[in-house]
Design a protein around this ligand. Structure first.
Ligand code: PLP
Length: 449
């Protein structure tokens, strides 16, 4: 058996001088490019009894892998799914005015934790607690990295080694593996389940109370709805039957504070109805940066602020500055949350935008069609709202068209409905319409040849 002669295999150092590989350095670094190249050379060496591929073929293969690796980078994309808050796509976009305003704070030094009046170390809070309390009507507020951290902090601080009563209909899993029973057990609290999936009565809560009960936790069903024969006591019902010292906490999830969205109660309403503490995400309906917002009774918020875990869950200057600026604009009425803005787009306007794209396209391959949008991202489950989509009618498998759209320099993410690719116009930014048009034209030319 002849051994393959590897002496013609190019050296890695020489390969990396080729312009076709050098161009990947700024995109994925020289080190990752070199790693890919060396992996491919190694594979060739280990493949016995084959002829050694020529230099061009090797470079092509390295380039292919570099391209795949570069696709892992975080890049801008166009959400044409009609799901406004999509956790896979970064949930809510941060308003660009807010982003630009805090640029100096983040690229220079700031008083993040410096008390400018006293010249000493201060609190990492700014105006955020006061601003949040304006929105929710609560006595005090604070922020952590995300809502999962908020729930964990609340449980750990107030219910470690003690019992927490949760309805069986509210033991939810939020996408990405956040499960209420598991978070509860991690925090050291003991879960006491009450009721059934569809019915939990006030008396179920009442009978579950023992001297070891620390908390009743209510969890918003963010991503599913239970319909038909159902019953769940309200916050004010529960307040009326539990003793004063038991904390009533609500994981509100979506962060609805000012918006009027079907199926979504405002966080402030829970406070008004007697909840001691309410937490929610900053980047769902609320419309701000990623954060967990906790709002409620002053003595409870003070205990949370003083908890060691706060040191683990505290956000950095980017989140603090964005949140503060966002809150000021929201309270002053200078902006509405992204989700609310999109929900309020008239169908007529969406048709107009669709027609702008259609104008440049071969009409055999695209048309407008009525469709719907949803808020997604853990809010208003089961609710849909009217929208308009562009249906792509190319003679090709819809999965292939979706993949081609994802493969664009700025990917466009669509959906498939009734065997057609749909691009929902509501979640496409007006500034992105011409790019969508040009890209579709190009794809249609590829397929119609
Ligand atoms: C989204 C959600 C969470 C998790 O929030 P993150 O901000 O993603 O950590 C927890 N509970 C409920 C009810 C939610 O909707």
């Amino acid at each position: 058996m002849n051994k393959t002669d590897f002496s013609h295999l190019p050296q890695i150092g020489k390969l990396l001088e080729d312009q076709r590989l050098k161009k990947w350095f700024p995109l994925i670094t020289r080190q990752l490019t070199a790693g890919i190249a060396s992996g491919i050379l190694q594979k060739i060496r280990l493949t016995e009894n084959t002829s050694v591929p020529d230099r061009d073929a090797i470079i092509k293969e390295i380039e292919r892998k570099c391209r795949n690796t570069s696709r892992k980078r975080i890049i801008k994309l166009i959400n044409a799914t009609g799901i406004i808050l999509h956790t896979n796509m970064g949930r809510t976009p941060i308003p660009s005015d807010v982003w630009n305003t805090v640029s100096d704070i983040n690229t220079g030094y700031s008083n993040l934790e410096l008390d400018l009046h006293a010249g000493k170390r201060g609190m990492r809070n700014g105006l955020i607690p006061e601003l949040l309390s304006i929105l929710t009507g609560a006595e005090a507020s604070l922020i952590v990295n995300n809502n999962a951290a908020a729930v964990f902090l609340i449980l750990s601080a107030f219910a470690k080694g003690r019992e927490v009563i949760v309805s069986r209909g509210e033991q939810v899993q939020i996408g990405g593996g956040f499960r209420i029973p598991e978070i509860l057990s991690l925090s050291g609290a003991k879960l006491v389940e009450v009721g059934t999936t569809n019915i939990t009565k006030l008396s179920d809560y009442k009978h579950a109370i023992t001297e070891n009960t620390a908390m009743v936790l209510m969890v918003h069903r963010s991503n599913f709805s239970i319909q038909g024969f159902t019953e769940n006591p309200s916050v004010s019902d529960i307040t009326s039957v539990i003793p004063e010292h038991i904390i009533l906490a609500v994981d509100q999830g979506s962060g609805n504070t000012t918006e009027d969205i079907p199926g979504e109660k405002k966080a402030g309403l829970y406070i008004k109805s007697g909840a001691d503490i309410v937490c929610f995400s900053g980047d769902k309906l609320f419309g701000g940066p990623q954060a967990g917002i906790i709002t409620g009774k002053k003595n409870l918020i003070e205990q949370l602020s003083a908890n060691q875990l706060m040191r683990v869950f505290r956000p950095g200057k980017t989140i603090f500055s964005l949140m503060e600026e966002y809150l000021i604009r929201k309270i002053n009425g200078n902006l509405t949350g992204h989700a609310e803005t999109i929900l309020n787009l008239p169908v007529k306007e969406l048709k107009k935008r669709g027609n702008r794209i259609l104008r440049g396209l071969d009409r055999r391959y695209a048309k407008l069609t009525d469709s719907f949008i949803s808020t997604g991202g853990g809010s208003a489950p089961g609710e849909t709202f009217p929208s308009v989509s562009l249906a792509i009618l190319l003679p090709a498998k819809p999965e292939r068209i979706l993949a081609r759209l994802r493969n664009l320099e700025t990917p466009i993410i669509g959906t498939i409905s009734k065997d057609r690719v749909l691009l929902n116009l509501a979640t496409i930014n007006p500034g992105e319409l011409s790019y969508v048009g040009v890209s579709l034209k190009q794809i249609m030319e590829e397929y119609s040849d």
